[in-house]
Design a binder for this molecule. Structure first.
Ligand code: NAG
Ligand code: NAG
Ligand code: NAG
Ligand code: NAG
Ligand code: NAG
Ligand code: NAG
Ligand code: NAG
Ligand code: NAG
Ligand code: NAG
Length: 895
């Protein structure tokens, strides 16, 4: 875990110090980071073209790489078309569907007639009707949706065993959407100032209204009226985001986050797996004893926040960075998740609250270390004293407790510890916050407020055209697929779902995540489900959710854009540490998708949130623009996953202490996947290979192998603005080889950083780091919040600090990390390794400690030579890869 670092930037500083962006090298020549950065960005676009041929998506990649404004590269449409056309396989142009198998659904009122029979001329009026028909006439296994928006009118589509073998698809060449909303065909009345209102009681009859609704137009998201004003789709307010204090209220204006009263401590499950327990194999391969334990807590004070599911973070024995905070909460029976807030009555940012009706509002506040956003339902507001009280279920959106001023060294400057005279301050530390769903804050175009008690909707319209185009989102689950198999869904867009962040949430396993078991497309106990060529755009909860047991679910050639929470999340089920019944998602394939602009509301969200699942393949996806990790491995249940040939950049934009691929492995699970028979705590290896990853925005490493992460094989990856291999705490049995690492200074974990390994068996459990090339000290420090060298620190790091190629927490005579045949490049041409008993030159490490044999350190070459290595690496990454476009599409599915 790293300490929080706030980046500072400012255009003037940038201009003043631009000359320093050119790093002087020992031989007096220079490395131009502008040219290096632009060169890497251009090559990232080339790599994108080699893994995806969606022209529209490639345009977004071009924009997100900022090739135009940072590098003055013109968008070359013809080049994109030429490069993608070459890869297009045969695409069906005509929709041919046999009359005997296909049944049609229209979205248009004008096509609706009473004599409907599902034929192309007399289509069904709703997907529900078509499904009823197909169930009664089983030879009809293909439902074809015609052009337009198919509204579900408040009724989730439930597919079950009767629907096995079904295809639901859009008519070829037509734009087809399924909406979780209802169209607001009402007349709005203008009340002045661009405000409009409508009574929608009549529309809502017999429709279940969730506690939080959303509002969309065809191409826009409206948002619950908020303070401060911002557009949540684009404005970032993470702890190091440059616009943080514009788009949110600084944490210091929370005078006090009220702690809940103590109640009964949770019951604890605890098994020390290093001791022999009847019938359970021993696990003692982590050098951190706590990662050889299985533990969780449930009931009592814990249930008051996270409900009935047991949570690792409710145990008094949980482990990891700041876990003592969570363990202490368990022991005291007092979660550190606030139940109210006293805000500052006089500060500019908050003084107007006392005039406003805030009850019914939702307060969003960052965890004190920006690990998650926690939401609280405001039930009462005492304006005289500036006090808010929160309702039940508040704050469970992250699995970790907040720190108190007296517990955490990073305590805010406003904490009593920092005052003169100082006092022992036990208040909770929270990050920046906002309030939404407040009628009195309806003042900015794009905002709305829905009053559930009167069914009145109020909007501050951005354009009067929007008034005719509203979709009122009331469903968070559009399609529910359970107990069935062989379903094919393609050429369909999904939109307009309502948010789930105020619904049940709890910790799926030992990672930091809290998760809601739900999504717009939800699957449980299913096999062979394919989602192909679909678009998931502007959904407020998770887009796709795989729950408990799923097999062979394929999600391919699809687009995920502007998603409120995660794009794809999984959450299997285990019996405590026993996963041998494989009641988890297995053989999931996530291929050639585009994931962008995710985590709009819950910022602890990812393109793939991988919780309790095994044997997942994540291949040739492009993932960018999100607040936290692109892929989050919350645990290791079974393993055997493959992450390959993905392009990942602009992640962790709003949070720190995280990576583009982030992994945690704090809890052991028993699996039989190694040989299919014998239960063991050793999972299959998880491979991460041939990926092109930017760890910009201070995302530290391409793969942040955090607490306990073990059994990784990370090879042939290209990492930019990234440090090398990380194993800070208790990991073992991983291999990091043949990677190319381009590292800007960050926090000194330059090419590798290793904790110690299990002394009983370090010869077998130690990590192996070999044949990597690490280019160290490429420019100045790029901290959290900073995505490219133009906002790097103006001050160069010291020559000495950039000579540190790696650290290993063990002594020279004991160091068993297996290092060899690496090539290091540093500005001075010198390399040093930090061991527990001293700082050793590479040569001393080799001769005295027997470490890093056959490795070399040289002076950093210039940017042109580095770019040549990058090009060469991409060539290698592209070798032996079949052209995989549409490889899995089954033409028979069109019938
Ligand atoms: C670095 O490269 C950029 C882009 O080619 C160029 O505009 C700039 O002048 C170079 N800087 C120096 C100091 O050479
Ligand atoms: C994907 O779906 C769109 C409609 O949404 C359609 O126009 C296009 O032809 C489909 N692509 C393929 C390869 O089937
Ligand atoms: C909204 O319309 C319903 C039904 O038409 C009516 O009963 C109700 O009083 C109206 N509400 C308001 C606030 O005007
Ligand atoms: C702990 O477990 C005991 C025995 O099952 C039960 O009586 C008690 O209510 C539980 N405590 C909590 C806090 O859930
Ligand atoms: C409220 O904010 C003002 C202005 O920043 C500050 O001077 C004052 O000390 C704050 N009051 C409290 C109670 O924190
Ligand atoms: C807010 O809390 C109240 C009382 O605990 C509850 O009735 C209401 O449903 C909650 N609202 C949301 C959006 O969760
Ligand atoms: C308002 O409309 C303009 C023009 O279409 C658009 O650029 C802008 O982003 C919109 N604002 C919001 C908040 O949707
Ligand atoms: C070390 O690991 C090997 C291979 O897994 C195993 O056979 C041996 O028993 C282990 N030794 C100890 C002391 O745990
Ligand atoms: C030494 O390292 C180079 C690459 O860095 C490798 O090709 C060679 O095989 C290594 N030699 C030994 C003996 O490991």
């Amino acid at each position: 875990m790293k300490a929080l670092k706030i980046a500072s930037t400012n255009a003037l500083l940038y201009l003043l110090f631009q000359v320093l962006l050119v790093r002087s090298r020992a031989d007096g020549s220079t490395l131009n980071t502008t040219r290096l950065d632009c060169g890497v960005r251009k090559l990232a676009l080339e790599f994108a073209k080699s893994i995806n041929n969606d022209q529209g998506a490639l345009r977004h990649v071009f924009d997100a790489l900022r090739l135009s404004d940072l590098c003055r590269v013109q968008y070359d449409e013809e080049d994109i078309i030429a490069s993608t056309d070459r890869k297009l396989r045969h695409v069906e142009k005509m929709d041919t569907c046999s009359k005997e198998k296909c049944t049609y659904v229209t979205s248009k009122a004008s096509d609706k007639d009473v004599n409907r029979d599902g034929s192309i001329d007399h289509p069904w009026h709703s997907i529900h009707e078509a499904i009823e028909f197909a169930r009664s006439t089983p030879k009809f296994r293909t439902i074809v949706l015609r052009e337009g928006i198919h509204y579900l009118n408040g009724k989730t589509l439930n597919l079950d065993q009767r629907d096995a073998g079904m295809t639901i698809r859009g008519y070829l060449g037509e734009e087809v959407w399924i909406s979780g909303g209802i169209p607001l065909n009402v007349d709005f009345e203008e009340t002045g100032n661009g405000l409009f209102q409508a009574n929608i009681s009549d529309l809502l009859q017999e429709i279940h209204i969730p506690s939080l609704v959303s509002l969309f137009t065809t191409n826009r998201r409206y948002f619950r009226a908020r303070y401060p004003n911002s557009n949540p789709e684009i404005d970032q307010w993470g702890y190091a985001s440059f616009g943080r204090d514009v788009y949110s209220i600084n944490g210091k204006y929370a005078v006090e986050w009220h702690k809940p009263k103590p109640s009964s401590p949770p019951n604890i499950t605890f098994v020390d797996l290093t001791k022999s327990n009847a019938g359970i194999p021993i696990k003692n391969n982590s050098a951190m004893p706590g990662y050889n334990w299985y533990t969780n807590g449930y009931g009592g004070s814990c249930a008051k926040v996270w409900g009935d599911n047991p949570s690792y973070w409710c145990s008094n024995s949980c482990q990891g960075g700041w876990a003592f905070v969570d363990a202490g909460c368990a022991e005291r029976g007092r979660p550190q998740i606030p139940v109210g807030l006293s805000y500052n009555l006089t500060a500019q940012a908050t003084k107007d609250f006392k005039m406003k009706n805030l009850s019914g509002g939702i307060l969003h506040a960052w965890h004190s270390q920006s690990w998650a956003l926690h939401m609280f339902n405001i039930t009462t507001h005492d304006p005289i004293n500036g006090k808010l009280r929160f309702g039940k279920g508040g704050g469970r959106q992250g699995a970790r407790n907040w720190c108190r001023c007296d517990e955490c060294t990073y305590a805010g400057l406003w904490c009593g510890q920092h005052q003169t005279p100082s006092w022992n301050d036990e208040r909770l530390i929270g990050g920046s916050w906002i309030i939404e769903n407040i009628f009195d804050e309806l003042d900015s175009p794009g905002e709305f407020y829905f009053d559930k008690s009167t069914n009145m909707i109020y909007v501050k319209a951005n354009s009067t055209m929007d008034l005719k185009d509203f979709k009122f989102a009331i469903l968070d689950r559009l399609i529910n697929i359970e107990n069935t198999s062989n379903i094919w869904i393609s050429n369909i867009g999904f939109k307009d779902s309502s948010p789930t962040y105020m619904k049940e949430m709890s910790a799926p396993s030992g990672g930091d995540w809290s998760l809601h078991r739900g999504g717009a497309l939800y699957m449980e106990r299913v096999a062979k489900i394919t989602v192909n060529n679909c678009t998931f755009r502007r959904l407020d909860g998770n887009a796709i959710f795989l729950s408990r047991k799923t097999r062979h679910v394929t999600i391919e050639d699809s687009r995920f854009e502007w998603i409120g929470e995660s794009a794809i999340a999984t959450w299997g089920q285990t019996k405590e540490f026993d996963a041998t019944d494989n009641n988890i998602p297995m053989f999931t394939r996530i291929i050639r998708n585009i994931f962008r602009e995710l985590g709009i509301y819950q910022k602890q969200a990812s393109a793939v949130g991988h919780c309790k699942a095994a044997l997942t393949t994540i291949r040739e996806n492009i993932m960018f623009n999100m607040p936290r990790a692109a892929i989050n491995f919350n645990d290791m249940v079974g393993g055997g996953d493959i992450v390959e040939r993905n392009l990942i950049f602009n992640t962790c934009r709003e949070s720190g202490d995280h990576g583009p691929i982030n992994t945690w492995d704090r809890l052991p699970f028993l699996t039989t996947l190694r040989d299919g028979v014998n239960a063991s705590f050793d999972p299959l290896v998880r491979a991460i290979r041939k990926n092109f990853i930017f760890a910009n925005y201070g995302a530290s490493q391409g793969v942040d192998n955090d607490d306990g992460s073990s059994w990784y094989h990370v090879y042939k990856n290209l990492w930019y603005a990234s440090m090398g291999f990380k194993m800070d705490y208790g990991g073992h049995d991983s291999i990091f080889e043949d990677n190319l690492v381009l590292s800007y200074p960050y926090d000194g974990q330059q090419c590798f950083t290793m904790d110690s390994f299990n002394r009983n068996n370090f010869t077998t459990n130690a990590h192996i780091v070999r044949r990597n090339r690490c280019f160290i000290g490429l420019g100045n420090k790029m901290s959290s919040g900073c995505g490219d060298p133009t906002c790097a620190s103006p001050y160069p790091e010291s020559k000495e600090s950039l000579e540190l190629i790696g650290t290993h927490r063990d002594t020279c005579s004991n160091a068993k990390l297996v290092l060899s045949s690496n090539k290091y490049f540093t500005p001075s041409g010198q390399g040093k390794i930090q061991l527990d008993d001293g700082l050793f030159t590479l040569e001393d490490a080799q001769t005295k400690c027997g470490m890093d044999t056959n490795s070399t350190v040289e002076t950093l070459p210039n940017e042109m030579q580095i770019l040549e290595s990058v090009r060469e690496m991409i060539r290698e990454m592209n070798e032996n890869n079949r052209n995989m476009f549409f490889e899995s599409r089954d033409p028979s599915s069109y019938n």
